[in-house]
Ligand binder design. Structure first.
Ligand code: SF4
Ligand code: SF4
Ligand code: SF4
Ligand code: FES
Length: 949
């Protein structure tokens, strides 16, 4: 489509159903009570000139351009700050107003560089538009007076620049940073003529700025401008799509010139992000055209052979031949595959179908195994469905927000900003985290309780919350009686009341003072709407599923489920974790979480697919590794997941991958896993995909191709071609037909189609006959399973305990600028903020070990050793160390163990006993890694890729 310019109503829409009627320029308009005159006019297509107003933030009233006349009102009030009143008569175009507006514009223009023709914003500048709108034809004051021209630009941010000589001090940037992003990095310094935008720090890069871009989007002039626009010019067409990073699933306008993406602008109509974004989605998309992208399929007989570039036909035929040979030699179950939570639902659907229908087994699993599989299990047991209960906007109704093992401002930044807005409005905050995340104390926000528990003790903590609720009479008896099972609740009540779960006893386990636990539990149970948000700090434990059920129990017991402002909400890590699970990636479940052993369900798929399906569950990822080492699992198709880097206990994973006779890797880059591969099938980035992603709130968002597949083939077609070569035809013509099949075979998606999504924007499943517009909040009136089920959640300490040899506990997390294993973000300028993982260590632990800031330290666990630079920090408690895992050379998973969740095998990434010592050289693994790095350029330099003939 042509460049999409969303309408700007000037001020936000009031949240009320009450309406008033006013007359504007002779036309009647009915608008929400409290709306501004400017907004009311915009509703009927009357544009009042404006500069400081925009509907993304509250009105400010500084530019004085939007003046109107109102019958019975003296003077010329600003329409952006004047609320409508019933019966008002407003005039927006009079001679008096025209003269006043021209006068205002004259003043602005007399202090503005008149370089419109060569300005990077030419054609996209509101100041230019307004000069035209008010009919400015001359500037009587001349251009010689005192002015702000010729000031130095701040180009320190890698993605945007700040040219103060073009600033009109409208304060939109400052307000965007305060109100939309919540970082408060900008201020207006000085008064009158001397007032100017100031960033706290030497420049943008060295300030508190998190590079979300909200200020750039808000700026009406070229003062804050994307460098890509400065370099390439203004874009001329838009493709609406969805961010491919985290589980927030922000909607974006990809703005292009020809086939070149110029910038990504968050979509104001995006129901997950409402026009906001973070640094990753807005700026870190350059990896899509990075020179490291592999554009040609490659094969090799042995992993010690050089790669050989081949045609798609040869690569597919070669893959199928090797997989068939393996099955003939080792049996039907000797091959399998892994789907990717980065890929679209349509791509994932085909991979699990390939495995079930063409490989004839259920050896399919997904990377969600290593992040949110306990969510699926735990929420299904208690509520009856494997997904979060709310939409993001629900947080705006929460009174008490509980954040457990999640770091929203770093890992889910746009939702983090929305949550911060609610907290600044006065909602209470309880954080349970071993580390002092930003939300513990950030401008205008301070957590009411930071329960800094020892890693691995979540379940003990949630049981203590339950104990307080049960023993202090805080159960919502009415809710429980009406909505939950009597017998499982009665058992749970007795269990929770046991003194073993008392805060006083649990203090000894968690290290959290009993009085804090009691007070926090009381606050959650009695403080109004209580909403729980949790992340991988809950799931990636040996008791991850237990903890999910513990939170669900607590929400049911306190009646905090089934309406706005409450709920149990998993913060999904990757863009399509929810979707990859929904699409049937698990070895024991067909799409829609229905057992492969269920004859009726299997029969439905067999009828549609025309093939007999295996009733036996297949291997989970850890089983695949074990079976590979045991010599029984020999071939694997890995779609978009770097298991060699992301899965725990790297030595074990590498041993498993080395045991395979055919490993097919489908990815954008030659990743770590590709070191062990025999076939490399180049994949596509989100900018090339046609399909859907499902975010953490079950929202099905469209992903649309902005550019052509860089490697010449849509990714779903690769899977379909492999299936056909294996003997099972997948004759789809387009991705839309795959969604039709998903809808046909998955009851919760029955009403979904590309056409419907294109019309409605996005919907949250279930979306079917009963809920044609989707389901923002689940379990209203009744749980999906009928009555809510309470599960006993005994605390079982992990076997991974600190001892004299390994006295510290290592836990892991993410930072804002990098994403997961960093394959994408490391290929962007986001690395300017974070170019290496570091180890956070408490000053007392550092001192005891002679560890100094910035020096190398060795991290040793029972499983392995790696080295990182030390960062001495009081964010972690004594006895706990912390790192991120964004850089492969850090080898964070060299030290993690193979412990996993008892129910789902989700690895226990969050608890590893380690010892830290000063180091003066890299670990053996790192030295070997550096010598054998898979980086394509180095491989090319060594001449080991043979080009296609
Ligand atoms: S980029 Fe975002 S955080 Fe930085 S100053 Fe602008 S609005 Fe604030
Ligand atoms: S930088 Fe842009 S948004 Fe900020 S005050 Fe100046 S003109 Fe307004
Ligand atoms: S919050 Fe998540 S989905 Fe939104 S722009 Fe950032 S990374 Fe993308
Ligand atoms: S737009 Fe109303 S005062 Fe600036």
């Amino acid at each position: 489509m042509a460049l999409l310019k969303e309408k700007d109503y000037g001020t936000p829409k009031p949240k009320t159903d009450k309406k008033v009627t006013v007359e504007i320029d002779g036309f009647n308009v009915e608008v929400e009570e409290g709306a501004s005159v400017m907004r009311a006019a915009a509703e009927i297509g009357i544009s009042i000139p404006k500069l400081c107003a925009t509907d993304m933030m509250k009105s400010f009233g500084s530019c004085r351009l939007c003046l109107v006349e109102i019958d019975g009102v003296k003077g010329t009030p600003a329409s952006c700050t004047t609320p409508v009143r019933e019966g008002m008569k407003i005039h927006t175009q009079t001679d008096r107003l025209a003269k006043l507006r021209r006068g205002v514009m004259e003043l602005y223009i007399s202090d503005h560089p008149l370089d419109c023709l060569t300005c990077s914003d030419n054609g996209d500048c509101e100041l230019q538009d307004m000069a035209g709108a008010v009919g400015l034809r001359e500037v009587r004051y001349g251009y010689e007076g005192e002015n702000h021209l010729g000031q130095a630009k701040d180009v320190s941010n890698p993605y945007f620049e700040f040219d103060p000589s073009k600033c009109i001090v409208c304060s939109r940037c400052v307000r965007a940073c305060d109100e939309v992003q919540g970082t408060l990095a900008l201020t207006i310094e000085g008064r009158g003529f001397n007032s100017k935008v100031a960033v706290g720090g030497a420049n943008f890069f060295d300030s508190e700025c998190v590079s979300c871009g909200a200020c750039v989007q808000a700026c009406p002039t070229a003062t804050l401008q994307e460098k890509s626009v400065v370099e390439e010019g203004v874009p001329d067409r838009t493709v609406l799509t969805t961010c491919a990073y985290c589980g927030v699933g922000c909607s974006f306008k990809a703005e292009l010139k020809g086939d070149q993406v110029i910038r990504m602008v968050p979509d104001k109509d995006g129901k997950a992000n409402h026009g906001h974004s973070c640094v990753k989605g807005r700026f870190a998309w350059g990896y899509a055209t990075h020179k490291d992208r592999i554009k040609s399929p490659m094969i090799r007989e042995k992993t010690t052979d050089p790669w050989r570039e081949v045609s798609w036909e040869e690569a597919i035929a070669y893959s199928a031949k090797r997989l068939k040979e393996i099955q003939a030699k080792y049996g039907r179950k000797s091959i399998g595959g892994i789907t990717s939570s980065r890929c679209t639902n349509e791509e994932v659907w085909l991979v699990q179908k390939l495995i079930r229908a063409a490989f004839h087994n259920n050896n399919t699993d997904t990377c969600a195994r290593v992040c949110h599989s306990p969510t699926g299990y735990g929420l299904k047991q208690t509520f009856g469905t494997s997904a979060g209960t709310q939409h993001f906007d629900s947080v705006e109704e929460a009174d008490v927000i509980v954040v457990i093992g999640s770091n929203p401002t770093e890992a889910h930044p746009v939702f983090g900003s929305q949550m911060k807005r609610r907290l600044r409005e006065g909602a209470k905050l309880i954080i349970a985290d071993p580390r002092a995340i930003d939300l513990v104390r950030t401008p205008h926000i301070e957590a009411d309780y930071h329960l800094q528990l020892k890693p691995g003790t979540n379940v003990a903590l949630i049981n203590a919350f339950a104990h307080v609720v049960v023993t202090e009479g805080l159960v919502d008896e009415e809710f429980v009686k009406a909505r939950c099972e009597d017998d499982s609740f009665a058992e749970w009540r007795d269990f929770a009341a046991d003194p073993v779960n008392s805060p006083e006893n649990v203090e000894k386990i968690t290290g959290v003072p009993a009085e804090d636990i009691r007070a926090a539990a009381r606050l959650y149970a009695t403080g109004g709407n209580g909403a729980i948000y949790y992340g991988l700090g809950v799931t990636e434990h040996s008791q991850g599923s237990t903890m999910v059920m513990g939170m669900a129990n607590l929400a049911m017991a306190t009646g905090n489920i089934g309406r706005l402002g409450v709920g149990v909400n998993p913060m999904r890590g990757q863009n399509n974790v929810q979707g990859s699970c929904d699409m049937g990636s698990f070895p024991h479940e067909l799409p829609g979480y229905r057992s492969v052993a269920d004859d009726a369900v299997r029969g439905e798929f067999e009828g549609d697919w025309g093939v007999e399906l295996d009733p036996e569950p297949g291997f989970r990822i850890p089983n695949m590794f074990d079976e590979a080492i045991a010599g029984k699992y020999k071939g694997m198709y890995v779609q978009g997941e770097d298991i060699a880097q992301s899965d725990p206990n790297t030595h074990h994973v590498e041993q498993a991958l080395s045991s395979l006779e055919c490993l097919i890797v489908q990815d954008l880059f030659l990743n770590e896993t590709a070191r062990f591969a025999h076939v490399f099938l180049p994949g596509t980035s989100f900018l090339e995909k046609d399909g859907t992603f499902i975010n953490a709130e079950r929202r099905i968002n469209r992903v649309r191709p902005a550019i052509k597949p860089q490697q010449g083939m849509e990714e779903w077609r690769i899977t379909a071609a492999l299936s056909e070569a294996m003997g099972y035809k997948m004759p789809y013509e387009n991705a839309s037909q795959i969604m039709d099949e998903i809808a046909r075979l998955t009851p919760t998606f029955a009403g979904v189609s590309f056409k419907m999504l294109d019309e409605k924007g996005s919907v949250q499943w279930p979306c079917n006959e009963a809920a044609p517009d989707g389901t923002p909040v689940m379990h209203i009136g009744e749980f999906v399973r009928g009555k809510g089920h309470f599960v006993l959640t005994d605390y079982v300490p992990t076997t991974e305990q600190a001892n004299r040899k390994f006295p510290l506990i290592l836990t892991t997390g993410r930072i804002l600028s990098q994403y997961n294993v960093g394959a994408q973000t490391r290929r962007t300028q986001n690395s300017d903020w974070h170019h290496e993982d570091v180890l956070e260590i408490h000053p007392s632990d550092a001192e005891a070990r002679g560890v100094h800031e910035g020096h190398w330290v060795s991290i040793r666990s029972r499983k392995g050793e790696t080295t990182l630079r030390a960062k001495i920090s009081e964010r972690v408690a004594p006895g706990v160390v912390y790192t991120t895992f964004h850089h492969p050379e850090s080898g964070a998973n060299i030290v993690t163990t193979e412990n996993s969740d008892w129910a789902t095998n989700c690895p226990e990434y969050k608890v590893t006993a380690v010892e830290i010592t000063p180091a003066n050289h890299k670990s053996e693994w790192q030295e070997e890694y550096e010598a054998t790095t898979p980086d394509l350029r180095r491989i090319l330099e060594r001449g080991v890729v043979e080009p296609a003939e």
